[in-house]
Design a protein. Structure first.
Length: 300
């Protein structure tokens, strides 16, 4: 549902600066544009996107298209929506994929493990037979966390011993999922290895091994990105995309102090669908990404 977005994003830098700006009933002039520009840059919308947005608004202001600051705000809303609308494409599970394989990637700490739990709960509530693969074999805690989650929720988790080969775990899991007629397999992966090249090589290997059993797998390479990491998120996505071909994004931690604006920078630079947004720690806080709810929550 659309409920809760505004509540959860109220504290974001984006909502706060723009809210403060427009609560002072500003005049429609160049100073207002300068302040909006600063707010967008501060919120990590990125210099290129911000410059484009401000140029568009300035041109339209000069052409007397806006009667007042409120008119300009409505135009900004439209412009922001236009950036996000093309990437607000929900994930569709093909129930005939046999199983639909979701490979989750992302660096440690972004919320990957909790996102897997939230997604698994969602799929389970939708009545989809489900299995998890504990592929972050580099972190014993990640394997234990998934196993505990699986036990609590009655979802089978395929795991091997610590430091097992992640590709072998993925292969086992897909084989087991096929044998059981599972509809969805969510495979976790490491978020850190001894080296960055080592990690990218491992992810590539997992993908190739899955394709031996099903040329269509993984059906989704879902990258989890921490919305508070700003422009860093862009370089992370660039790297993972080059290594495994990311097909969908989850942007987490958009609640609280998140800069949030990085969502626009991600959308503009990559055009990769944003499937879900994390706007809190509860399971129901992982929302299907909705451009309108998001933009509405950020603007006064
Ligand atoms: P991982 O290392 O990527 O597996 O990260 P975890 O799944 O362990 O999550 C790291 C922390 O981020 C945990 O404390 C989560 O509760 C928290 N977290 C994840 N998603 C969100 C979110 O959308 N909002 C907030 N506020 N916290 C989140």
């Amino acid at each position: 549902g659309k409920k809760g977005w505004r509540d959860r994003l109220r504290g974001s830098a984006f909502a706060r600066t723009l809210g403060g700006l427009f609560s002072r009933n500003p005049r429609l002039d160049d100073d207002l544009l300068d302040e909006i520009e600063t707010a967008l840059i501060t919120a990590d919308v990125g210099v290129t996107a911000t410059t484009q947005l401000i140029q568009d608004l300035r041109k339209r202001m000069k052409a007397r298209e806006f009667a007042d600051a409120g008119g300009l705000l409505r135009a900004l809303r439209q412009d922001l929506l236009a950036i996000l609308a093309p990437v607000a494409v929900p994930l569709e599970i093909d129930p005939k994929a046999g199983p639909f394989v979701l490979l989750t990637v992302g660096v440690n700490g972004v919320g990957k493990t909790t996102t897997i739990g939230k997604l698994a709960k969602r799929f389970k509530d939708e009545g989809r037979p489900l299995m998890l693969a504990a592929g972050d074999t580099f972190r014993a805690a990640a394997v234990a966390q998934l196993q505990a989650w699986g036990e609590r929720n009655g979802v089978p988790v395929v795991a091997q011993g610590q430091n097992a080969d992640a590709a072998s775990v993925a292969f086992d899991a897909l084989q087991a999922a096929k044998a059981r007629g599972t509809q969805v397999l969510i495979a976790d992966t490491a978020g850190r290895l001894h080296t960055q090249q080592g990690l990218m090589a491992e992810l590539g290997k997992i993908k190739r091994v899955l394709q031996k059993l099903d040329p269509g797998a993984p059906h989704e390479v879902l990258m989890v990105i921490d919305g508070t990491t700003g422009q860093n998120a862009l370089s992370q996505l660039r790297q993972f995309h080059a290594a495994v071909g990311v097909t969908g994004l989850v942007v987490t931690k958009l609640d609280g102090t998140a800069k949030g604006g990085v969502v626009f920078a991600l959308a503009r630079e990559f055009g990769i669908p944003i499937r879900y947004a994390g706007i809190g720690e509860r399971p129901e806080d992982l929302r299907v990404f909705d451009a309108q709810s998001f933009v509405d929550a950020l603007l006064p």
